[in-house]
Design a protein around this ligand. Structure first.
Ligand SMILES: Nc1ncnc2c1ncn2[C@@H]1O[C@H](COP(=O)(O)OP(=O)(O)OP(=O)(O)O)[C@@H](O)[C@H]1O
Ligand SMILES: [Mg+2]
Length: 459
């Protein structure tokens, strides 16, 4: 596992164990205390995992410890899975009317047997974790909780600049607009030639234009940035082009290292360099060049941190651009250049969304059932143009052939949650959930529906 993966994985389990659905089930089946213990054990171990995952490269004992720990963690994950299934089963029984619709999904189980079985399993895992916890003290791990992002429990994949353009639906106009913004110089400048070297003197800050793309989660900001980055006119216009996935904590040193790595095709090893050396290398890499830097998925709203990094980047020559993607209008405001408006990305239109949904929901080359198509189109309407929603729901419905299953999703309470993206800066209501379900595909429908239920109860 790559660094941080187990940390995130355990974080997800802890979050699930703390969720309302599992808490309720825990109480109802008398294993509440056991669940609590398990959760606390996992939390205690989690704080050293970042350090442990880092250390395993040079320490075989740690590596072995992690490998064994993983077994217990996977078992804990299975427990969560069963709880979620059970929670859903009970929910379905409470809403008797819905029961008919979903009874195909799950076989019934016996509540008493459930309690006994789960009690034993949880105790067994907790005991094993006890063992790992006592080993821990021998390793002298440092405790770290560094993931400071609002939804730290959600594992974000690192993004990269590559995209297969043929997989993208729509976005022609958006791409055109952004490309135009990128190729445009400052208002009073005529860029001319393509040698990439300009020695005009312009007030600092003004040479490098910063363009934020803003929109809720899953809307396609990263995808659009990838399209633009790979556009031929953009590729020819800028040198160097650099793609940095920010996502996690806005750590100036780390980002400086990442940018340097992108800028220099020759490998400079910056892992053991101090900030003083790094800043010099970075400035050398960008100064006097017409560069393009993409900072993908920025969450940081601390002005000082941004200013520190920005200072190192402002030596680029006229026409250099920094393209930022973020969910937050506040972040966009802090980072954006005065006089350049943030680009507020809109959703796809209904047809485009349908296309995305259809590709995933139905088998290629088979004529889909017209009834399912009709319900599917209703489902797609509710995606409000968010490609992630269309994609995830399409995947969710794949191989579901019962009309009742489709109706169940269409009529699910999830749709009553409005993502109020005006007030809530990270506001992505259902999308947050969908992202989870999508990233964890092919996880089963049950887990998704459970999550939906939690959210719709406002927990
Ligand atoms: N126009 C599109 N055509 C096809 N798929 C798309 C399109 N736009 C986005 N997607 C897909 O939807 C998902 C979400 O897109 P993307 O990651 O670009 O969103 P985002 O706005 O960057 O989200 P986040 O705020 O979570 O970073 C991805 O799986 C992406 O491949
Ligand atoms: Mg993104």
């Amino acid at each position: 596992m790559a660094e941080g993966v187990l940390f995130d994985f355990v974080g997800n389990i802890v979050a699930s164990l703390a969720s309302q659905a599992i808490q309720e089930i825990g109480l109802a089946s008398n294993v509440g205390k056991d669940v609590e213990k398990l959760k606390n054990k996992l939390s205690a171990i989690k704080v050293v995992l970042l350090d442990a995952e880092e250390q395993q490269a040079n320490n075989d004992a740690v590596k072995d410890w992690l490998r064994r720990l993983k077994g217990a963690v996977y078992d804990a994950d299975d427990v969560v899975d069963e709880f979620e299934t059970e929670a859903l089963r009970r929910q379905v029984e409470i809403h008797g009317s819905k029961r008919k619709m979903v009874k195909n999904f799950f076989s019934r189980s016996n509540p008493l047997a459930f309690h006994v079985k789960m009690g034993h399993r949880i105790q067994d895992i907790t005991e094993r974790l006890d063992g790992f916890a006592s080993d821990m003290s021998g390793f002298h791990f440092r405790e770290r909780l560094h993931d400071t992002r609002p939804f730290a429990m959600i594992k974000r994949e690192q993004t990269h600049s590559f995209i297969r353009e043929s997989t993208v639906i729509g976005r022609d106009q958006d791409k055109k607009n952004i490309v135009e913004l990128l190729l445009k110089g400052p208002p009073d400048f005529n860029l001319g030639g393509g040698d990439g070297v300009h020695h005009h003197h312009h007030p600092a800050d003004q040479n490098v234009g910063i363009i934020p793309i803003v929109g809720i989660g899953g809307l396609g900001k990263t995808t659009l940035a990838q399209l633009v980055y790979n556009d031929q006119s953009v590729a020819e216009h800028f040198r160097p082009r650099m793609w940095v996935c920010v996502s996690d904590e806005f750590d100036v040193k780390l980002l400086t290292q990442k940018i340097i790595r992108c800028a220099n095709s020759s490998d400079i090893d910056c892992s053991n360099k101090e900030m003083e050396q790094l800043q010099a290398i970075l400035r050398k890499a960008v100064d006097g060049r017409r560069y393009l830097l993409v900072l993908d998925d920025v969450w940081n709203d601390k002005v000082e941190k941004w200013n520190k990094l920005k200072e190192l980047l402002m030596g680029g020559c006229v026409g250099s651009k920094i393209l930022v993607t973020t969910r937050s209008k506040k972040v966009a405001k802090i980072m954006g250049t005065v006089g350049i408006e943030a680009y507020h990305l809109e959703g796809l239109n209904e047809e485009e969304c349908w296309e995305l949904f259809k590709q995933r929901a139905f088998e290629q080359g088979h004529e889909p059932d017209p009834k399912l198509v009709e319900i599917g189109k209703e489902i797609v309407k509710k995606c409000k143009g968010v490609p992630l929603a269309a994609k995830s729901l399409g995947s969710l419905m794949r191989f579901k052939t019962q009309e009742s299953e489709w109706l169940y999703v269409k009529n699910n309470e999830i749709w009553r949650i409005e993502g109020d993206d005006d007030n809530d800066d990270d506001g992505d209501g259902i999308v947050r959930v969908l992202r989870l379900s999508y990233d964890h595909l092919p996880s089963k429908l049950k887990a998704v529906l459970c999550l939906l239920r939690n959210i719709s109860q406002g927990s």
